[in-house]
Design a protein around this ligand. Sequence first.
Ligand SMILES: CC(C)(COP(=O)(O)OP(=O)(O)OC[C@H]1O[C@@H](n2cnc3c(N)ncnc32)[C@H](O)[C@@H]1OP(=O)(O)O)[C@@H](O)C(=O)NCCC(=O)NCCS
Length: 143
Amino acid sequence: MIGMVQYKTGTDPIDWEALGDLYEEIGLVAQFGKKRDLEKIRQAFQSSYKVVTAWKKGKLVGAGRLLSDGLCYGTIYDVGVFQACRKQGIGKGIMEALLRGNEHLLVYLTSTFGNEGFYSKLGFKKHKTAYAKYPRESEYLEQ
Ligand SMILES: CC(C)(COP(=O)(O)OP(=O)(O)OC[C@H]1O[C@@H](n2cnc3c(N)ncnc32)[C@H](O)[C@@H]1OP(=O)(O)O)[C@@H](O)C(=O)NCCC(=O)NCCS
């Protein structure tokens, strides 16, 4: 039986150690996840337009964030769920909560390798001419 999951908006409910545990496990937040740089993770989340965390029995089990001007465009980053809690609809719940009230935005995101199907199930389409510039080499960028 899959237990109840609660979704919270904003950074006030966040336990930064628990969020650090999540991104230490799964990476993301640029290079700051694996490094467990809690201060940078906190700064990045507090500067975001919308932050959603997922909770099960009082424990943080997933998170994601939306950067946006609130009017035209938005970009979704750092959607992640602890390995032990996956395939229970929590990632989808985080995405739906991030997008709720933001249906008017053009929303962009980059999937990690292997998770493309997660986003296509949510209605996202591949962008024909998307470009990206990173401050370092990345296996996500064509030469
Ligand atoms: C990607 C991720 C967030 C998905 O979270 P999750 O809680 O397991 O996903 P859900 O259970 O909500 O899945 C929703 C739907 O997507 C499908 N799905 C999930 N992961 C998928 C994948 N990798 N490929 C194809 N479909 C996938 C599920 O089967 C489910 O389908 P259904 O609605 O038909 O039942 C999770 O695997 C994760 O945290 N990965 C590591 C971090 C990461 O790479 N995040 C992506 C950053 S861009």
